[in-house]
Write a protein that binds this ligand. Structure first.
Ligand SMILES: *[C@@H]1O[C@H](CO)[C@@H](O)[C@H](O)[C@H]1NC(C)=O
Length: 274
C-alpha cells in the first residue's frame, strides 16, 4: 500500500515537473520577428525586450525606463529626449507601440463615458488639448530628432502654419463618441490666439468639427501651462459648465484644480511642457 502510494506521488510529481518544464520553455522562447510581440498570447518576453525595442547596444531597457519615468511624471522639466534614446523614441512613435498605448487610454475613457449618468442639459463638456492629443506633430518631430534636438520655435511654428498635422485616430474615436452622447468638446491649447485660423483649418481638414469652444493663449500671458489651463477650466466651471473629462499628453494639461471629474494622459515621450 505504502509502496503504491509513493509510486503514485512520484508519477504526479513527474507529471507536474514535465508541465512546468514545457511552460518554462515557452516563457523563454525568443521571438523570431518583430511581429511576435504583437501577439497577445505570447508569454512574457523579458529577455527579448532589449534587442526588439532598443535603438543601440545598451539603450533599450534604459530608454524604456526613461519613458516610464516620463509618463509617470517622475522625470520632470526635461528639455530634450536623451540623445541615446532618439532611436528608441522614434521606433516607439512610428511603430505600433504608441498607437497601442494610446488605445488603452481611449478605451478607458470610452468605458468611463459609457458609465456616466449624464444630465444631458447641454452643460457637460470635455476638455481636449490639441498638440499630441488631438493633432499629431509627428511629421515635424520625425525630421527633428523625435525631441532629441532642442525645440526650435521658428521651424515648429512654420510647420503649424501649414495646417497639415494629422488627427490622432484614437482621440478622434473619443471625440466622436462624446459628440454622439451630447458632451461638448472644448479645445484648450497652448497654441496662441494668432494661430486660431490655421488651427481651425487644420482641425476641419482632419474631419474634426462641432466643438463648443477653442481656447487659445492670449498675447502677453506669462504664467505656466498649469496656471493658464487650470484658470481656463475655472472659467468654464464658473460659467456653469461641468467638466466631465479632460485629456492631454502633458501632465500640465491635467494638473491644477479644477482638473475635471476624470483626467486621461496620453503618451508623449518627445517633449515636456511644465
Ligand atoms: C531654427 O529654425 C530656423 C528655420 O528653419 C533656422 O533658420 C534656425 O537656424 C534654427 N535655429 C537653431 C538654433 O537651430
Amino acid at each position: 500500500m505504502a509502496m503504491a502510494r509513493t509510486t503514485t506521488l512520484l508519477l504526479v510529481a513527474a507529471a507536474l515537473l514535465g508541465a512546468s518544464c514545457s511552460a518554462w520553455e515557452v516563457n523563454i522562447r525568443m521571438p523570431t520577428s518583430a511581429a511576435d510581440v504583437d501577439e497577445a498570447v505570447v508569454a512574457p518576453l523579458i529577455h527579448a525586450l532589449r534587442p526588439l525595442l532598443g535603438s543601440g547596444k545598451h539603450a533599450g531597457v534604459e530608454c524604456d525606463s526613461w519613458v516610464l519615468g516620463v509618463e509617470a511624471h517622475n522625470v520632470r522639466d526635461w528639455k530634450t529626449v536623451p540623445a541615446s534614446c532618439e532611436g528608441y523614441v522614434g521606433h516607439y512613435m512610428l511603430g505600433k507601440h504608441f498607437r497601442r498605448d494610446s488605445k488603452i487610454v481611449i478605451d478607458q475613457a470610452l468605458a468611463y463615458v459609457d458609465n456616466l449618468k449624464l444630465a444631458g442639459n447641454g452643460k457637460e463638456v470635455w476638455v481636449f488639448d490639441i498638440d499630441e492629443t488631438t493633432l499629431s506633430n509627428l511629421p515635424y518631430y520625425a525630421k527633428h530628432g523625435f525631441g532629441a534636438t532642442p525645440f526650435n520655435a521658428t521651424s515648429f511654428n512654420a510647420y503649424v502654419r501649414e495646417g497639415s498635422a494629422p488627427a490622432l485616430p484614437e482621440t478622434k474615436r473619443l471625440y466622436n463618441k462624446l459628440r454622439s452622447v451630447g458632451i461638448k468638446p472644448v479645445f484648450l491649447t497652448g497654441r496662441t490666439e494668432d494661430q486660431r485660423a490655421i488651427t481651425v483649418t487644420n482641425l476641419r481638414r482632419q474631419g474634426i468639427s462641432g466643438w463648443m469652444n477653442l481656447l487659445l493663449k492670449q498675447p502677453g500671458f506669462k504664467g505656466s501651462a498649469v496656471t493658464y489651463k487650470s484658470g481656463e477650466r475655472q472659467k468654464l466651471q464658473d460659467a456653469g459648465y461641468v467638466i466631465v473629462g479632460n485629456i492631454g499628453d502633458q501632465w500640465s494639461d491635467i494638473l491644477g484644480a479644477p482638473e475635471g471629474a476624470r483626467t486621461f494622459k496620453l503618451p508623449d515621450p518627445m517633449y515636456y511642457i511644465g
